[in-house]
Design a protein around this ligand. Structure first.
Ligand SMILES: NC(=O)c1ccc[n+]([C@@H]2O[C@H](COP(=O)([O-])OP(=O)(O)OC[C@H]3O[C@@H](n4cnc5c(N)ncnc54)[C@H](OP(=O)(O)O)[C@@H]3O)[C@@H](O)[C@H]2O)c1
Length: 206
């Protein structure tokens, strides 16, 4: 069993979700509100470690709420900085490392957050989904970046995709999906204009 996975990303017209090593904000306020509605509906929000190191995202719901979804960081070697926003006390936090992480780092992290060890080199996303489901997570929002998106799409773990396209072109950068994968066909399930952005909804062809 696995949680229902929603991938939500904002990108430039030329398919970039950031410049290399740099955060770019593509979402307008309406898109942030749309994203928050998804955040409110999930048990956890998942990101890759590069996103944490570059963006230091809060991954909380903008409006003040008593409870935010858990934050799940995919981080083979436990590189998440101790002061990262995703480790603060605004939500439950889970750092997922692999067997490659140093035992001392796992111990350190375990003092301030839940730690799951899953996979040999990188995190095994299929096994992790099973583990998270067993821990009661039925619905998870995936918020990138490009490498994690690739692993999740490649393993056919995504159930719903939202891509918000901003009216900007930035040239080279981080792709929505980084690296090469076999073609995955999708079904267009919705088109919505929000201000100057267009939000596309896709479902995977099963
Ligand atoms: N526009 C948007 O909506 C949006 C949203 C989120 C992020 N971003 C942007 O995305 C960029 C980061 O993307 P990124 O592609 O460089 O990195 P990423 O996907 O955030 O993180 C990838 C890293 O996660 C770790 N990892 C562990 N197990 C993995 C697995 N099974 N599959 C994939 N990764 C695994 C690996 O690092 P280790 O081996 O070190 O563990 C890997 O290099 C940032 O610039 C950020 O601004 C944009």
């Amino acid at each position: 069993m696995k949680p229902y996975i929603i991938l939500n990303m904002a990108m430039s017209l030329d398919g970039r979700i950031a410049r290399k090593g740099e955060r770019v904000v593509f979402s307008n306020e309406l898109d942030k509100a749309r994203r928050d509605e998804i955040r409110k509906s999930v048990d956890g929000i998942m990101v890759g470690i590069n996103t944490v190191l570059i963006d230091n995202p809060k991954l909380t719901i903008s409006e003040k709420r008593e409870e935010n979804p858990a934050r799940i960081v995919i981080d083979s070697h436990g590189k998440v900085p101790d002061g990262a926003n995703v480790l603060d006390n605004k939500a439950k936090n889970i750092v997922v490392v692999s067997m490659d992480a140093q035992p001392y780092r796992i111990e350190e992290l375990a003092k301030k957050t839940s730690v799951i060890v899953c996979g040999d080199d990188e995190v095994d996303m299929v096994k992790l989904m099973d583990e998270l489901y067993k821990r009661g997570m039925k619905r998870i929002l995936l918020e990138g970046g490009g490498h994690l998106n690739k692993s999740m799409i490649e393993a056919n773990l995504i159930d719903e995709i939202y891509v918000a396209i901003a009216p900007v072109v930035i040239g080279d950068g981080v792709n929505l999906v980084e690296g090469t994968i076999d073609e995955r066909k999708l079904t267009l399930a919705g088109i919505r204009q929000i201000g100057d952005m267009v939000v596309l909804k896709y479902l995977p062809k099963k």
